[in-house]
Structures are given as structure tokens and as C-alpha cells.
Design a protein around this ligand. Sequence first.
Ligand code: TNX
Length: 533
Amino acid sequence: MNKTNYLKFSLIFLLGLFIYSCYNEFYDLPATNLERENLIPKPLSILATNSSFILDKNSSITIPNEEIFLSVGKFLSKKIKDKTQLDIEVNLGKSKNKGGEIIINKVKKNATIYNESYELIISKNSIIVNTQTGEGAFRAIQTIRQLIPYKSSSSKNNLRAIPTGTIIDKPNFEYRGSMLDVARHFFDVEDVKKYIDVMAYYKMNVLHLHLTDDQGWRIEIKSWPELTEIGGFTEVGGGKGGFYTQEQYKEIVAYATQNYIKIIPEIDMPGHTHAASTSYPFLDGKEDAILKPGASSTEKKAALYTGMKVGFSTFKTREEKVYEFIDDVVRELSALTSGEYFHIGGDESKVTKQDDYVYFLKRVEKIVSKYNKTMIGWDEISKADLSTNTVVQFWYNEENAIKSSKKKLKIILSPAKRIYLDIKYDSLSKYGNRWIGYTPIDSSYNWTPEKYIDGISKDQILGIEAPLWSETVSNIQELEYLAFPRLIGVAELGWSIEENRNWENYKVRLANQTPYLNKMKINYYPSKLIDWK
Ligand code: TNX
């Protein structure tokens, strides 16, 4: 290089450096405050440094050279594109270093931190994610997504200013779930995927599918085809019902897995089983009662139930063939499910004799563990002496939950009073049940799972789950009306520690979720308690 070229080169270099260092000033970006961002759930700790990282067309994502991080990197790039139109490339291992970088850094395993924990260090030039797992990286990028403004931060170029600072974060509970009742009304694969999208955005990690009930059987079981051919035929109100083929169910499991969400299938037994027993009358002896032996499929379909009552059906618990049937169902469904849990229902079995109920649960618990799954049941299952691996889902009866926790079984909290998403908000609610009164969004948020039941301490609580029973909702818009915004509050109760939760503060962050909810076309309930933006 001769002298003039050298001078030219140095000048250009210095000019570039100058422009880059004046970037914020150049675009006239205001000072920022990471601590005041509308993040939900609220992270464990936030420290603001009041400047900006610029995300623009020169930015890139750099990830460790592992398949698991590649999918997380691509996920983030796609979400950035959807939100900002910016094409952000994903580089393995080494960065190309053109502009501000998002770097996912794999740190060494440390037994004292959760799989889902992460650290986010945002400076002017980079966003560094420190985590030890794909799961941690996935939770971290939800925070990044939430920090990216919807509109360009400059009128000159398409760029987004992200507040600088450090976030250290990990979940309060390891189990943060919701349940969809696809039995009372059926919801198709696309509906479930959309629900998963929103759950993932708010860092939830479990979706429980209530696949069977009196009104319908919604999962194909190859060894018992009439379960869906007959049992899937209708729903509450007499609509057309439906079911997932095994391929469709696998598609849901795969989609959930990409979003670091576990699917928990529920086959509700021995009560809530009218649809199954109408398909195969030996299950409850309907052959003698309602259906004649050898009844045609038309006769069986006519005997299906489309009302909303509960507690009238039961399997014949002393009939050996019933357990052969259950074995097939648990085997097939377990093979399709990657998560470790299998939910067997067990609620409101009002016409099953106590002895029979207890006998039944012990038999079913063995079947579930034979297929390497951990059993979950509604709180009534505490009537039986079950293994300490089994998990009890509290929904109504505190004594049941206390009894089980004394026997060292873990508890999932789903108090109907607080987080049953199917309960009406108030007297103006268009849809919803109201057997337990109303649940406006403040009372759904304003409670303390850690101290909810006297006698159950935090370490005995696996987590929380918000069920959405679907008697009164028959399409995704109606379902969303009940789920949102309450589900978002549940996500915060599950993730954020007690000291970081506060209704007045949450209320403001929730009000600022409207750009996201609108972009997702979510039909949320516009409660007057919130000053929606
Ligand atoms: C109780 S919760 C039920 C469901 C109903 C729900 C309606 C539970 C284990 N059983 O069968 O759909 O109330 O809120």
C-alpha cells in the first residue's frame, strides 16, 4: 500500500468508526431504561445502562455449532423478520461481524442453575445470551423478542433500538401450564398451534390436552377405531365434533417441542367416559342399559351426549377387559408423546363406588408406569394410596391436596377460583361458566401460589396450570376471549418470583401487550380494569 492509499484507508476507517460510535446520536435515539420495559413475565433481575443496541439489516445472530441452537437461532431470525421485515442471518460458531450481533453463548453446566435460566447482556454493540441449554436460549430469545420495538426507531432507516443493560432470569416454578378442553368442543391443529405460539412468547412450558370426556373422544387409537369414528362424532350443543389422527397429534407434539413446550395427554377415567362407553359398550355395561348388544353405529351415535352435566358416567372397574382397553390406549398415546407425563383424569367420578375407584386408580397407575410415564390426576385421586412419583392436580378440594402432599406427592395448582380460564370475568362476559362466581383479571393475577394452601410449601408445588374448559366456547375466537388476557397473568405467576409480582405494575405492562395481541389477531377480553394502549 502506498502512502496516499494508506492515508485514504485510515481516513475511511476512522470515519467509519466515528459514524459507528455516533450511531445513537446520529439517529437521535432517546435514552432508554431496560428496567421499565413491558416484559411479561417480569425477569428475576434487571440492570439498565440506558443506551441502545441497534438492530438493523447488518445485524446477525451467532450461535454455537449445535443443532439445538441452530433451531433457536432460526426461530429468532424468523420472528424478527415477521415483526420488523429485517433479514437477520444466522451464523454458526463464528460471526461475520458486519454490525451489531446477537450472540448465543453456551456456558458450562452448573448444577445450581435451572435448565431454563439465562443471562442477557445487552450493550451498544452486542446482545449476549449466556445459557447452558437450548431451553434456556429459547426462553432468552422471548425476552429479546419482547424488547424489539414494533416501529422503526428512526425515520431514516429501518432499525430498532433495544435498551441496554443486563437481565438475569430463571423460572419460579418448573411447571407453567395451561389446559385446553378439546373434548367438550373440538379445536383443530391450527387452533392449538396458535395457542402454543402465545404460550411460548410468555415462557410457559406445558400444554395439557383434555382429550376425552362424556361428550367426545378426540384422539385416534388404532386398536380401538370406534372411539373416534363414533365417540368423536359430536360435541356439546350437537355440533360436528372431530378428533386428531395420530399424525395430527404428532404434529402438535412436534410443534410444541420446537417451542419448548411439553404436551400432556389426558384420558379422563373412570368417570367422564360416556363417549368411550357408547363406542364400546362393554366399558360400562351400556349394552344392558342403553344400547342393545350389537347396536349399529347409527344407534350408538344417537346415544352420544351433547349436554353439559358432569358425574354420571363410569367404567366398570372390576372388568378385566377394561384394563386391556386402557393398556392399549396408554401404550399408543404414550408412544406418540415425548414428555414424561400422562394424565388419567380421575375427577368427578360420582357414580363409581369408593372401593372401585381406589382399585381402579392403582391398576391404572401401574399401566402408566409400565409405559414409562409419570401419572397425573385431578385432586380426587388422593383417595387412593399412590406412588410418590404420581402428581396431583389441585383444582377444588384443598383437603385432597394436603393429604397428598403429606404423602410427599407433588402438587400442581389449578385453583378453580383463580385460574379456571372458563369462568366468566364479570356479569358482562359473553361466554364462560359461573359455578364458582366470577374471576376478573385482577383476582386471577392477585394471589400467591407459594402460599395458597396452608400446609403446602413451595417445594411441594411442581407449578401452576390454568385449564380452559370448553362447554361454552365453540371456536378459537370465543376460546381466546376467555383465555386472554388471564393466561398472560398466569404465565407471570409461574415464572416470576413473588417479590417481583405486583398488580399495579403488571397492569401497565399488560396494557402494553396490545401491539402483540393485535398482530396475533387475538380476541382478548378488553376488561375495563386495564388502560389498554
Ligand atoms: C369441573 S375441573 C370439571 C370439568 C368442568 C369444569 C367447568 C374438573 C377436574 N372437572 O369437568 O368442565 O369444572 O368449570
